[in-house]
Design a protein around this ligand. Structure first.
Ligand code: ATP
Ligand code: MG
Length: 398
């Protein structure tokens, strides 16, 4: 047995013990074992067991269980409000459509279960009694920070094309290198990603873009991104140091800004195709639309932009500008001063309301128009934001 020891939380030990007590073997598996080897903070603990789903449910009959993926052997057990996925050892049958196995077959052999997993670093299991079970030398790969397909990379990516993007995601998030044959198969089979649902592609892309090594992966595998980003050639990227400090939306926007002749249109189209949520798509395309035309050269410029576009979009434009190295400290400072100087940039902050204007005899649509004119006059310094000053300013024209 190997010398590897993993600290497991009490509830995880309890799950393993209880399954063992009923005669089943059980291990933690996948990401938590990998992350423990490389000293990364642990997320979820997934458990794999020889118990069939109904047997797992019988063992935990007094606890809350949910049939999350019973067809694939997964029962979710909720212990102290934390969900644990417990999955029966299984082998995948033949694959159809580069994504779904035709059937899953349960097995009593842990090593068969590990063999169906995608990468060697994800194909390790651990339990206090069984120690580390590592038939594909995932520990060595984890220590050398390598992503390597379990078995023949081409075959594994042909079974499930999503693994192509998972490889890039793990390399980006963990800062790992992709082993040569695995890398070759990724490039050869990238076109098969078209069989994968857009939602799944986008979920991986999101995690990948926030990885510590996103710039390296985007650069080295640009041909893969061309396929998932609607033909966009990702040839240019911002400076890595600034990229690493930036938020998700700025990263996404910067990729379009640097590589498309019509960034706003391209981003909107690609994000619709990727079936992203509405907020992402409208926010990223708005940031790109406003970015070109925005001026923050004076506090009044900043106020005008804020009044037209709102704080959220201007904040996004500023973050994008910082990532692109476009905004100077003076411009950042102008925006901060605009936000805190007390001069209104929203109609709701004006010292007059619509009913004050009706008292002055203004009616219908003119009320809204007049409020916009007043806001603009306040921003331009023509009148102070005081009720008397604003009404006197209007009087000659009523
Ligand atoms: P993370 O920390 O991001 O959750 P993870 O390794 O736990 O990483 P998951 O997507 O949660 O990744 O999957 C759990 C495990 O299931 C993986 O470690 C891997 O063993 C296996 N797995 C998941 N998806 C696939 C797939 N498409 N093909 C083969 N094995 C997979
Ligand atoms: Mg996981």
């Amino acid at each position: 047995m190997s010398d590897f020891k993993m600290e497991l939380p009490r509830d995880v030990l309890y799950i393993i013990d209880r399954l063992n007590g009923h005669g089943y073997s059980a291990y933690v598996v996948g990401g938590s074992v990998r992350d423990s080897i490389i000293g990364r903070s642990l997320g979820d603990f997934d458990i794999t067991t020889s118990a069939l789903p109904n047997q797992t449910k019988a063992v935990f009959a007094d606890c809350k269980t949910v049939d999350t993926g019973i067809k694939h052997g997964t029962v979710t057990l909720v212990l102290n409000h934390v969900p644990y996925e417990i999955t029966t050892y299984r082998v995948d049958g033949d694959y159809k459509d580069s994504r779904h196995p035709e059937e899953v077959i349960f097995t009593a052999d842990l090593c068969e279960d590990l063999a169906r997993r995608d990468f060697t670093v994800n194909a390790m299991a651990y339990s206090p009694d069984g120690g580390l079970v590592d038939p594909f030398e995932g520990r060595i790969d984890a220590e050398h920070r390598i992503i390597r397909a379990v078995g023949d990379a081409r075959t594994r990516f042909s079974e499930d094309a999503l693994r192509i993007l998972r490889a890039l995601r793990f390399a980006s998030v963990l800062g790992f290198e992709i082993e040569a044959r695995t890398a070759l198969a990724i490039r050869e089979l990238a076109h098969t990603l078209s069989a994968i649902s857009k939602e799944r592609i986008y979920t991986e892309l999101k995690k990948l873009l926030m990885g510590v090594d996103a710039v390296r992966i985007l650069t080295d595998y640009s041909s893969v991104f061309e396929i998932i980003l609607g033909g966009l050639t990702v040839g240019k990227l911002p400076d890595k140091e600034r990229f690493d400090c930036s938020d998700y939306y700025s990263r996404l926007a910067a990729i379009f800004l640097l590589n498309s002749s019509a960034p706003y249109v391209a981003a909107e189209k690609t994000l619709v195709d990727l079936k992203t949520d509405k907020h992402t798509r409208s926010y990223v395309s708005s940031i790109l639309r406003v970015y070109e035309s925005t001026s923050l050269e004076s506090v009044r410029d900043a106020l005008r932009t804020l009044s037209k576009e709102g704080e959220e979009i201007v904040g996004g434009v500023l973050s994008l500008g910082i990532l692109m190295g476009r905004f100077s400290d003076v411009e950042k400072c102008n925006l901060e001063r605009a936000l805190s100087c007390g001069i209104p940039y929203k109609i709701s902050a004006l010292a007059v309301r619509g009913n004050d204007l009706s008292d002055l005899g203004i009616r219908g649509e003119r009320i809204g128009e007049t409020l916009i004119e007043l806001l603009s006059a306040v921003i331009d310094g023509q009148v102070e934001n005081k009720k008397d000053d604003l009404t006197s300013y209007l009087r000659p024209n009523i």
